[in-house]
Design a protein around this ligand. Structure first.
Ligand code: GUN
Length: 284
């Protein structure tokens, strides 16, 4: 079998075009969605992500404000910046790029963002709402994965879904969204015994470990849908996922490439979350 390639770049373009249309409609009511992205320090990967997020925002007709702070910025100063953004009516979404420098308490920073502007969906209130089936903001990466599965008409009710990786950003919210869609969900972590025995049961396999080559071809059930969330830069400079793509593509029914799979969807869903925050601001 040679797997169908799930084109995240094409789907994200479609989502972004729909967002741009809705932004246009909202502007007729005098509201332009505004996203503030806060970057602390000079992590080169983070700088690229922040630039891409700001550019995508502007391309969709939204207001983007990037706030770059030095590596040594005191925690209190960052919290003050967030409080000011919470109170700013032009800003509907706030995203603090992670990871933060070690002297800053990431949990405290996220909890300081107003839950109604937390377009990353990382605030404990938003995690709790998602867990109890009343999501306000869905974290962008798992939300993008759900959009891909939906666009591919992948049946989820009663399906065996296995999520490898249990982070707050991807694995845990991913499991909640799959569960809400009716899948039987297994979450694997770095301590899971016989990972292959788990992954081989998966009709839908989502991998988010940050370890290239984590999933080999013989760990995949024939006909499975494989979603690779990993983005790893090899020493050669090449980008690769967590799944051995060539081997997996011989076994799976459908698979996401890296790059061009989940990555572009994350940004598209950030725009969706920001747009929806702005639409909600009209209603309140
Ligand atoms: N760092 C890596 N992924 C993310 C993300 O989705 N949001 C934020 N804020 N930081 C990240």
């Amino acid at each position: 079998m040679t797997a169908r390639i799930i084109d995240g770049k094409a789907l994200s373009g479609k989502v972004r075009a729909e967002v741009a249309q809705r932004v246009h409609a909202l502007q007729k009511h005098g509201v332009t969605p505004g996203l503030a992205v806060v970057l602390v320090g000079e992590n080169p990967a983070s700088q690229v992500y922040v630039r891409n997020k700001a550019a995508a925002c502007e391309a969709a007709g939204m207001l983007s404000r990037v706030i770059s702070l030095g590596e040594d910025t005191p925690e209190e100063e960052l919290l003050n910046v967030i409080e000011a953004l919470n109170a700013d009516p032009a800003i509907h979404g706030i995203l603090v790029q992670l990871p933060l420098p070690g002297h800053i308490d990431t949990g405290l920073v996220i909890e300081t963002i107003s839950a109604t502007k937390d377009v990353d969906g990382f605030h404990v209130s938003n995690a709790g709402l998602l867990m109890t089936g009343r999501p306000l903001f869905r974290p962008c990466t798992p939300y993008g994965v759900m959009k891909m599965l939906e666009s591919e008409n992948v049946p989820l009710r009663g399906a065996e879904a296995v999520v490898v990786g249990a982070s707050n950003i991807v694995g845990k919210p991913m499991a909640m969204l799959l569960l809400a869609a009716g899948a039987t969900v297994t979450i694997c972590n770095s301590k899971t015994r016989d990972l292959g025995a788990q992954t081989r049961r998966a009709d839908v396999l989502v991998v988010a470990t940050g370890k290239p080559g984590m999933i080999q071809g013989d760990m995949i059930k024939p006909g499975a849908v494989v979603i690779d969330v990993g983005i790893n830069r090899l020493e050669s400079g090449k980008l690769t996922g967590d799944v051995d793509f060539d081997a997996a593509a011989q076994v799976a029914a459908a698979i996401t490439p890296v790059p061009g799979g989940v990555g572009p969807m994350t940004i598209a869903m950030l725009l969706v979350n920001t747009l929806e925050a702005a639409e909600r601001s009209l209603r309140t």
